[in-house]
Design a protein around this ligand. Structure first.
Ligand code: GTP
Ligand code: ZN
Length: 380
């Protein structure tokens, strides 16, 4: 036990050194893993006389997976309830409990104090544990470690807008508006950067001969990406889409008019409307603090995110050198270039350019790469 604590301490010290005083998600989520309640943390800090709750934590040894009964009895509080955050609006966090009830929750002060400026302690999609304070209010005690985080940049800072995104659906249309593979490539890069699973949806396939886009579909499929041709109008592959959304938290992105709302409506009537209402509220600035909302699906425990921020989300904090490594078709050649910092644009002995020249890399994909670097990242 002592050895374990020693090890934990060492890793905490290493963590702090790595992050040089910056506090990130993992600080607040570590409590979720250790099972330490926030009240205990505060008590321990008070006893030890150290005011900074981010510096020292005493693990009380409760299994975070099953803390509810004993924990509650000890602290004389109501049991912990599992749920997920569906909406953050000012200080009010709406949480959908796993049993289907909705609660408006505040966040324990200590969770806020470890997040930057007290903002973004929780976001839509977060898995949380809270104690109910009445039939429909509660206090969030733990935030689970996040995966699949989508963020945007504002005034040089990263703002998380959705957490635990299992799938990012990149919705495009085969026609009206015309298919834009370069846009798909950009969204794919963003998905890779956020480590969110992308699924490419080519909607409105009723308007074209599907054979005409097979070569393009083949390029993406060869890279291991899932591509789904749909028609909200004709009902093509809607059942497949419905299955894809089941039990997952899914974000929809894509330019205006490609049919995101129509697809959602085809999956579940009324869903597209609910989503676009959220989006137009955001655009009008009425709900400026509502960064994102998670809308539960009627069938299974899946849910979809939608915010204007996700619809058009841009690459965040990416350097030109990183781009090729985020493209699965370019990646295998990156380390074979003559110079380690090769940008694969006009350098000699470039393994990426060689692969394009003899067809091992699709020329259009390479073109996308060049445009992105030259137009956005090097000059922009
Ligand atoms: N032919 C055809 N038209 C479609 C299909 N899906 C959507 N549309 C039409 O495309 C138009 C735009 O659809 P929306 O669902 O509003 O598109 P959106 O992506 O939600 O657009 P924004 O809300 O502006 O982001 C509407 O007129 C739809 O009827 C389809 O599969 N086939
Ligand atoms: Zn190169």
């Amino acid at each position: 036990m002592a050895k374990k604590n020693q090890k934990r301490k060492q890793s905490r010290v290493a963590f702090r050194k790595r992050h040089q005083g910056r506090v990130r998600d993992s600080d607040l989520t570590r409590q979720f893993r250790s099972g330490e309640s926030l009240e205990d943390a505060a008590k321990n800090e008070r006893v030890s006389g150290k005011g900074d709750l981010t510096r020292k934590r005493t693990v009380v040894g409760v299994d975070a997976e099953q803390p509810t009964q004993s924990d509650a009895a000890e602290s004389n509080a109501s049991p912990l309830i599992d749920g997920r955050v569906t909406c953050v609006h000012g200080l009010v966090n709406t949480v959908l409990a796993d049993d289907g009830r909705h609660f408006e929750c505040a966040i324990r002060q200590v969770l806020k104090s470890v997040s930057i400026e007290g903002r973004g302690a929780v976001v839509a999609g977060d898995r949380v544990r809270f104690r109910s304070e009445s039939d429909d209010t509660g206090m969030i005690e733990f935030v689970a470690p996040r995966h699949g985080v989508i963020s945007r940049q504002s005034r040089g800072q990263q703002h998380v807008i959705a957490a635990n995104v299992d799938h990012l659906l990149i919705v495009t249309s085969a026609a009206e508006p015309t298919l834009k593979p370069a846009l798909i490539d950009r969204f794919l890069l963003s998905a890779e950067q956020c480590q969110v699973n992308p699924v490419i949806i080519i909607n409105k396939c009723d308007l074209i001969d599907p054979a005409s886009i097979q070569p393009l579909v083949g390029v993406y499929a060869a890279m291991g990406y899932r591509v789904l041709m749909t028609s909200a109008e004709a009902g093509t592959n809607i059942q497949y889409l419905r299955e894809l959304l089941k039990g997952k938290q899914t974000a929809f992105s894509g330019q205006s008019g490609v049919g995101k709302s129509s697809l959602l409506n085809a999956v579940q009537p009324g869903l597209g409307l609910a989503v676009s209402e959220v989006s137009s509220d955001n655009q009008k600035g009425r709900h400026t603090t509502t960064t994102s909302r998670l809308i539960p699906l009627a069938d299974g425990d899946g849910a979809v995110f939608d915010t204007p921020g996700i619809r058009q989300f841009q690459l965040w904090d990416i350097s030109p050198e990183e781009v090729a490594g985020l493209m699965p078709d370019l990646r295998p050649y990156v380390s074979r270039c003559r110079y380690s910092n090769c940008l694969h644009l006009s350098e000699d002995d470039c393994a990426v350019k060689d692969a394009v020249a003899d067809g091992r890399i699709d020329a259009r994909r390479y073109d996308s790469y060049c445009h992105l670097l030259e137009d956005d990242l090097l000059l922009g």
